[in-house]
Ligand binder design. Structure first.
Ligand code: FAD
Length: 622
């Protein structure tokens, strides 16, 4: 049929390259958009080396066509690949990863280079990129430039820019080409006037389908979130000036299902205060309707976000206006600075000299400036608003560990979220986008429309043991308690149904018992009724010396070994600091060594095996 012909031609990146005279294709494995952004920057820079480039999503391509890359003269495939979670490929690179693992394509003649996006605090640092880099070579492809490893825990922008410079040097020497010096400040999208567009065709914050919040359609996922009512929103802290919210999303009638341990994704919106500020600073009409259209007609991505929409909608729902912009934005802003001083500053920060990197690090990262702060502090910089919307990364959804069990709460999803607010060195108060929005969504008893927010459920690997009798240890300080509240509810339910349940040992920690001991009453009830076998508590600030859950673990080696070693139980760690999870890991290795009479390497192996058998699971965000 015609549609299947279209499909094949669409998925053939080789045909696209050939028909448009291109020799460079940049694939991305992206979850939050950074790898995609890096890919776009490389593809664009290719023009400087007479390599016309194109960005491609491996999920939309037939990657087996890589064998045909050799038919294009002086061609190059670059892969910007993020490693996600516990060493996993991103969703859109999953099929490609499996194809590489299982296939044996002959890739001789394919020239390639890989840049990885990872985080050093994770155990499986950049594992997917490293695998792809090696596997392509094994299959006969030629590595034009050494793999670059970006570390998001330090400065990934820096890693990327440094790698990219050396990449182009390698490319020049490999192909015997020279830089043309043509600085290609060509825009990737062009502004389309939309003043005539009918109101019903204008997006107002939907993620992909027009009016999707008015006509909700099952199934709900990343591109089609469910507009959930907020049923409950209450404070969990008993005193102090910090805040932790217990929120219940109403999913009654949505047909959505979740499992204990899953995550819920929340689509936030930016504060109107910040959005208005941008309008003021740029003297722009935020209610004008516009569209951005890809100047590359071959690209499968026509618009950077749902278009047409108003600037207000773009800045509120689609653009990330609160994180620190990357250096390429500094570069693109230069032309809009009318004051030479502002121009110099932007030029410096965009350069990859040591002084430039230092300035970017201090002025943007250390002082935590977002785009609004930059426009405030460099008052002569007045970018076209449509160009700014093109440059800013997409606003991302935020994930929360679900803190309820569907057995007990099939019609609602609970989360436990800490309000993020902090003061920067320029004396500005930065407010977390999602948590400050959630804080305002308080349901009322009136007939008024209740507050809503778009959500979807993301499956996780964080699961209770298949058998309810298996004993478990849960280590969850602070909001790390969230998924364990679900675990405990689930087993309490099983016990009340008459089933036998295994031991449940919980380690919880916070600052002060009278301040941030969240869900205290619930937990004490589970202790009293026997569902929770042991509750180990560490209040770090209730005594002169700091006390954390890790200290308690060190004191309880016998109990730990009894459950994980002698009873083959499961151990779970959850929380907002990766260092805590690392400390727990070393303590457990030590316990296994001492109590299990093993050498260090035997103990490491033992714990590794526990991980493979899903007897040791971590759910950590930083
Ligand atoms: P943002 O607008 O995203 O701002 C947060 C950012 O501000 C931080 O990333 C950091 O860069 C910066 N920042 C924050 N504090 C400071 C500071 N003091 N100084 C300098 N910079 C700072 N959160 C929960 O509360 N509960 C959960 O159960 C939970 N589960 C999660 C599960 C997963 C799998 C993941 C990935 C994250 C989870 N999170 C959880 C974190 C959550 O997704 C959000 O990151 C968090 O709520 C902040 O979102 P926000 O939009 O309010 O803040």
């Amino acid at each position: 049929s015609l549609s299947s012909i279209e499909q094949t031609s669409n998925s053939s990146f080789i045909k696209k390259l050939k028909s448009t005279g291109r020799s460079l294709v940049v694939f991305y494995g992206s979850q939050t958009g950074t790898a995609e952004e890096f890919a776009g920057r490389i593809a664009k820079e290719g023009a400087r080396y007479k390599m016309k480039g194109m960005v491609a999503d491996p999920e939309e391509c037939d990657m087996a066509d890589l064998v045909e890359m050799k038919e294009i003269q002086k061609s190059l495939a670059i892969f910007c690949i993020a490693t996600y979670g516990e060493g996993d490929p991103t969703d859109n690179a999953m099929d490609f990863y499996e194809w590489l693992q299982n296939g044996d394509a002959d890739l001789e003649g394919l020239n390639y280079a890989v840049f990885g996006l990872g985080n050093k605090t994770y155990e499986h640092y950049n594992e997917i990129a490293i695998y792809i880099d090696q596997r392509l070579e094994e299959l006969g492809a030629t590595r034009v430039h050494e793999i670059g490893l970006g570390d998001d825990d330090a400065n990934i922008e820096d890693d990327f820019v440094s790698w990219k410079e050396k990449l182009w040097e390698s490319v020049c020497s490999h192909y015997g080409i020279e830089e043309t010096g043509e600085e290609s400040n060509i825009r990737q999208y062009k502004l389309v006037d939309c003043s005539e567009v009918l109101p019903e065709r204008i997006f107002s914050g939907e993620i992909s389908r027009l009016k999707s919040y008015e006509n909700q359609r099952f199934p709900f996922d990343v591109k089609n979130p469910y507009l959930s009512k907020i049923a409950v929103n209450r404070e969990l802290h008993k005193s102090g000036d910090r805040s932790c919210m217990h929120i219940e999303f109403d999913i009654d009638g949505s047909k959505m299902r979740y499992d204990t341990g899953d995550h819920v994704a929340v689509y936030p919106k930016n504060s109107s205060e910040l959005v208005d500020k941008i309008g003021e600073l740029l003297n722009a009409d935020l209610d004008a309707v516009f569209s951005l259209l890809n100047t590359d007609e071959e690209s499968s991505k026509k618009h950077p976000f749902p278009c047409p929409c108003t600037y207000r909608t773009a800045l509120t729902y689609y653009s990330d206006i609160t994180s620190n912009p990357r250096t390429h934005i500094m570069k693109e802003l230069i032309e809009y600075a009318s004051d030479p001083k502002d121009q110099e500053k932007l030029k410096l920060m965009a350069s990859s000299t040591p002084e430039g990197k230092k300035e970017f690090h201090e002025w943007i990262l250390r002082d935590n400036r977002n785009i609004v702060h930059i426009l405030e502090d460099l008052p002569s910089v007045k970018p076209d608003l449509d160009h700014l919307c093109e440059l800013l990364p997409r606003l991302q959804c935020r994930y929360y560990s679900i803190s309820s069990s569907p057995k007990v709460y099939p019609k609602s999803i609970h989360i436990t979220a800490v309000l993020v607010n902090y003061t920067t060195s320029t004396n500005r108060v930065n407010k977390g986008v999602a948590t400050n929005l959630l804080a305002q969504l308080i349901p009322t008893n009136d007939e008024l429309p209740q507050p809503t927010i778009p959500i979807y459920i993301r499956r996780s690997q964080f699961r209770l043991p298949p058998k309810s009798q298996t004993p478990i240890i849960m280590i969850g300080p602070g909001t790390g308690l969230a998924p364990f509240r679900g675990f405990i509810q689930e087993r309490d339910y099983a016990r009340k149904e008459g089933r036998e349940i295994g031991e449940m040992v919980l380690y919880f920690g916070c600052r002060k018992k009278d301040e941030d001991f969240i869900y205290e009453n619930e937990l004490q009830e589970y202790v009293a009724n026997g569902t929770l076998t042991k509750l180990h508590l560490a209040f770090s600030r209730d005594q002169p010396e700091k006390k954390y859950v890790t200290h308690l673990l060190e004191q309880n080696a016998d109990e730990l070994w009894n459950i994980i070693g002698e009873k083959s139980g499961h151990l779970y760690v959850c929380g907002d600091t990766r260092s805590m999870a690392k400390d727990v890991h070393s303590i457990i290795v030590k316990v296994v060594m001492e109590k299990g009479q093993m050498t260090n390497s035997q103990a490491l192996n033992y714990v590794k095996k526990m991980e493979q058998q899903k007897r040791y699971s971590a759910d950590v965000w930083s």
